[in-house]
Write a protein that binds this ligand. Structure first.
Ligand code: AMP
Length: 234
């Protein structure tokens, strides 16, 4: 197999066998650790990340029209409509087509996945790898209760931190992190997002990381890196 060094927009710390992986998708349930592993993947492979959830929260914090529209759905623990999110991501992809990139929290429905595939095809690209964080429901429920988010840079923490360890802004408890909202989000995840995983599994692109016991995020990161290496060697 021909092996090429990866060219992202940032500097990669891991370049072995990256062949031509440029478009990463990170999928997992709410509170599965996508934010933390997104930072790891971006730094390790020099990817530019886009978290649709963090972007929407930043729009809400800025009081923009998009933010006000998204807030109605997010406060009700509902998905923001496909056409809104598809538009944001298509614009971002067009602006970042020369970068290795990581989509975190998108696509979340099969309709979004089909739009993403079509948009990438138009740009002469495709999703190269889908990293699926499959975290046990009990762990997710426990994490969600302690989770905080930074409205400025999108960082999330698990230990109730008051200020953002990345940018120093005051951390908030997300309005959608409460047991009722969580139950709704989990149901949507199962019915709408798990089919996205099957969509990409059928394309042979899914790398699944099972997490059944609570541990350090670094252990999960190490397993992801090993799985990416194995995927590249296939
Ligand atoms: P997250 O930070 O990924 O958990 O996203 C927080 C919230 O933002 C979700 O519960 C949705 O309301 C909204 N959201 C984020 N990404 C999407 C998406 N791809 N499709 C629809 N809604 C989204």
């Amino acid at each position: 197999m021909r092996v090429e060094l990866h060219r992202g927009c940032g500097s990669a710390t891991e370049t072995i066998n990256m062949k031509t992986l440029k478009r990463f998708v990170l999928v997992g349930a709410p509170a599965s650790g996508k934010g933390t592993q997104s930072s790891f993947l971006s730094e390790t492979y020099g990817l530019k990340p886009l978290s649709t959830g963090a972007l929407l929260r930043a729009e809400i914090a800025a009081g923009s029209q998009l933010g006000m529209e998204a807030k109605k759905y997010m406060d009700a623990a509902m998905f923001v409509p496909d056409e809104v999110v598809n538009g944001i991501v298509a614009k971002w992809l067009g602006e970042n087509k020369d970068c290795g990139c990581l989509l975190d929290g998108y696509p979340r429905t099969v309709a979004q996945a089909e739009t993403l595939d079509a948009n990438l095809t138009q740009l002469g690209m495709e999703v190269d790898i889908v990293i699926y964080l499959n975290v046990a429901l009990e762990l997710i429920q426990a994490r969600m209760l302690k989770r905080k988010a930074c409205p400025k840079c999108g960082e999330t923490t698990r230990n109730g931190e008051e200020t953002c360890p990345k940018c120093g802004a005051a951390m908030i408890v997300r309005t959608d992190d409460n047991p009722e909202a969580f139950a709704k989000r989990w149901k949507d995840y199962e019915s709408l997002t798990q089919p996205v995983i099957e969509h990409y599994r059928a394309q042979g692109k899914v790398v699944q990381i099972d997490v059944v016991e609570e541990g350090e995020p670094e252990e999960v990161s190490a397993r992801i890196a090993a799985a990416v290496r194995t995927y590249c060697e296939k």
